[in-house]
Design a protein around this ligand. Structure first.
Ligand SMILES: NC(=O)c1ccc[n+]([C@@H]2O[C@H](COP(=O)([O-])OP(=O)(O)OC[C@H]3O[C@@H](n4cnc5c(N)ncnc54)[C@H](OP(=O)(O)O)[C@@H]3O)[C@@H](O)[C@H]2O)c1
Length: 291
């Protein structure tokens, strides 16, 4: 298995680089790839579906333009979600984890990203109909062919991982985790990751903080503003530092495409949040002290 430390501590999420967000040109994406790398962010998180199945190809073209050697970066992608897009004739949004579909989807991602291998393939969401043996057959074939290095899941519960693990090793789980959405540390998800030495990744690591206006968010904001001075840090850095204090060594998958914010995210790995400050923020988010 590829070593854990071959992935950067902060991962660049690419979900909004294309038609679902910023609609970057090839040159803009190429510049952003180089910028991430210069700031120590060498891992890029993709999914086949981003941009209605168009982001990977745009990123692939930008990667060529960037002149960044393939071995300097790590590419994560996902498969399994099937929805209605121009390129797919689906009647309903669904999940597909049949052997042939997984292999077809990965080969398409490789073609689009203009690479021979993914550093990591993730199953995007659990399906009630998934068959461990079908998935294992696809993953074994892809790994034997050198088309994927690590294999993991996203949004899976510990029992869903256990089910798959009967047939295949699970290297990682990418889950929603932030100060305002901290369920994963209480429902066994992060315990499973730690107990089984998996790679933990958190999507939407800033949670609702910049998206919602509520009494809880104001309370968090009040605490964060006090800590900004103490830690000489910005609010987004403190939100990331809060996540990274979790002993699962979870890697935030950051969604920002703003260069200055990417730099701040990369620097957040140096912040050592004090124990009681971590609990002050938890209390503000949960609205009550720990029992
Ligand atoms: N596995 C899954 O099921 C799943 C689901 C969702 C997402 N993901 C992955 O996770 C990545 C991140 O998700 P996310 O976008 O929800 O994460 P996020 O990092 O929590 O949110 C980033 C968003 O917050 C905005 N923002 C506003 N003020 C900000 C500030 N002061 N500092 C930083 N950001 C600020 C950013 O805008 P600007 O861009 O304008 O800076 C950006 O739109 C995605 O790109 C994708 O790769 C995975």
């Amino acid at each position: 298995m590829q070593k854990k430390d071959s992935y950067s501590k902060i991962i660049a999420g690419t979900m909004t680089w294309g038609s679902w967000g910023k609609q970057f040109s090839k040159a803009e994406s190429a510049a952003l790839i180089n910028y991430c790398l210069e700031n120590g962010i060498s891992t890029f998180d993709h999914a086949d579906i981003y941009g209605d199945y168009t982001n990977e190809a745009e990123f692939g073209r930008a990667l060529i333009e960037s002149n960044v050697p393939r071995e300097k970066i790590q590419l994560i992608s996902k498969c399994g979600i099937q929805f209605s897009a121009e390129s797919r004739n689906n009647r309903v949004k669904h999940y597909d984890y049949l052997t042939d579909y997984i292999i077809w989807s990965v080969e398409r991602s490789l073609q689009n990203l203009k690479t021979d291998y993914l550093d990591m393939l993730l199953l995007h969401r659990p399906s009630p109909l998934m068959q461990p043996s079908e998935i294992a057959e696809a993953v074994n074939k892809l790994q034997t062919a050198g088309k994927i290095k690590n294999f993991g899941v996203s949004n899976f519960s510990p029992s869903q991982i256990k089910l798959l693990e009967k047939e295949i090793e699970i290297d990682a789980n990418q889950v929603e985790f932030s100060l305002t959405q901290n369920r994963a540390m209480n429902d066994g998800t992060l315990d499973d990751i730690m107990a089984n030495d998996r790679i933990a990744m958190s999507w939407s690591p800033l949670g609702a903080y910049f998206k919602e206006d509520s009494p809880a968010i104001s309370k968090i904001g009040h605490c964060l503003k006090n800590f900004c001075e103490k830690y000489d840090a910005t609010e987004d850095q403190l939100l990331l530092a809060w996540i990274m204090k979790h002993p699962s060594r979870i890697k935030p998958v950051v969604g920002t495409t703003t260069k200055a914010r990417l730099t701040m995210a990369a620097k957040a790995v140096q912040i050592e949040m004090e124990l009681q400050d971590w609990f002050i923020l938890l209390e503000a988010a949960n609205g009550n002290e720990v029992p």
